[in-house]
Ligand binder design. Structure first.
Ligand code: PRT
Ligand code: MG
Length: 225
C-alpha cells in the first residue's frame, strides 16, 4: 500500500516575511538583525527591490511605508515586522502580538505650539494638526479638553505657522525641527520606541520559527526605560 503523507512529515517552509520601513527603522533594526544572523542580501537604500531575502534564506524582508507595517502584519502579508509605537498605537494593534520593545528609533510623542503664544491665549477649542488623530483625541479627552483635529500626513510643524492649526501633535527627537520653526514642546503624550510585531495566527501556525526569532532578538535588544 502506498504511504500516505502524515502531519509530522517535514514540509519545506517558505521564508518568514518580515516587514520593515526604509530609513530610521531599517537602519536601527539592521545591527540587531545582523547580530542574530539575519543579513539582508541587499540594502534598500541601494536597491529598488521591495522583497529582499536574508542571506540564510530564513526570512524575506518586505520594504513598506512605516505606517503600512501594522496593516501588512495584521492581514498576514507579513508574519512579522518592526514599527514605531506611535504608528502602532494609531493603528490599534488588532490581530497583532507585540512581543518586544526593541529600544530603537526612540523619540517622544508630544503636543507642541508656537513659542510666542501663551496657553491662556489659545482658543477654548484649539485646532490640533497631526498625523496621529487617534492618539491625540485620546490624550485630550483624558483631561476633558475639547479640540478640533486636522489630519496631516507630514510637515506638521508648518501648520501653526500658516494658521492651519493652533497646536501640533508630533514625534520629537532632538527638538531641533520644532525650534527651527519657532515651536516648543508643551506636553509629553508618550515615550516612543520601535516594537517587534507578529501576526497572531502565524504565531500559532509557525510557532517554532517565530519564537526562535523573538527570543534571539530579545537577547540582543535593550528595551527603552
Ligand atoms: O516617512 P513616512 O511617512 O513613510 O513614515 P514615517 O515618517 O513615520 O517614517 P520614518 O522613517 O520617518 O519614522 C519611522 C519611525 O521612527 C516613527 O514611526 C517613529 O517611531 C520613529 N522616530 C524616531 C521618528 C523620529 N525619531 C523623528 N524624529 N520619526 C519621525 N521623526 C521626525 C518628526 O516627525 C519630526 O519631523 O523628525 C522630526 C523631528 O526630529 P527632531 O530631531 O528635529 O526633533
Ligand atoms: Mg518620515
Amino acid at each position: 500500500m502506498a504511504a500516505t503523507p502524515t502531519a509530522d512529515v517535514p514540509t519545506t517552509m517558505t521564508p518568514l516575511r518580515f516587514a520593515l520601513s526604509k530609513g530610521r527603522i531599517f537602519d536601527d533594526t539592521l545591527p540587531l538583525l545582523e547580530s542574530i544572523g539575519l543579513v539582508p542580501a541587499e540594502h534598500p537604500s541601494t536597491s529598488r527591490k521591495l522583497r529582499i531575502p536574508s542571506t540564510d534564506g530564513r526570512v524575506e524582508f518586505l520594504i513598506v511605508r512605516a505606517s503600512d507595517v501594522p496593516t501588512y502584519v495584521q492581514h498576514g502579508g507579513a508574519e512579522l515586522g518592526v514599527v514605531g509605537k506611535d504608528v502602532l498605537s494609531e493603528h490599534g494593534g488588532e490581530g497583532l502580538l507585540e512581543p518586544l520593545d526593541l529600544g530603537i528609533a526612540t523619540c517622544r510623542l508630544m503636543v507642541a505650539g508656537p513659542a510666542d503664544v501663551a496657553p491662556s491665549e489659545l482658543p477654548a477649542r484649539p485646532r490640533i494638526a497631526t498625523k496621529f488623530p487617534a492618539s491625540a483625541r485620546k490624550h485630550f479627552a483624558a483631561s476633558g479638553r475639547q479640540v478640533e483635529l486636522v489630519k496631516l500626513y507630514g510637515s506638521m510643524e508648518l501648520a501653526p505657522l500658516v494658521g492651519l492649526a493652533d497646536l501640533i501633535v508630533d514625534v520629537v527627537d532632538t527638538g531641533s525641527t520644532l525650534k527651527a520653526n519657532g515651536l516648543e514642546p508643551i506636553e509629553l503624550i508618550a515615550k516612543i520606541s520601535a516594537r517587534l510585531v507578529v501576526n497572531r495566527a502565524a504565531m500559532k501556525v509557525r510557532h517554532a520559527e517565530l519564537s526562535d526569532i523573538v527570543s534571539q532578538l530579545d537577547a540582543v535588544c535593550t528595551p527603552s526605560a
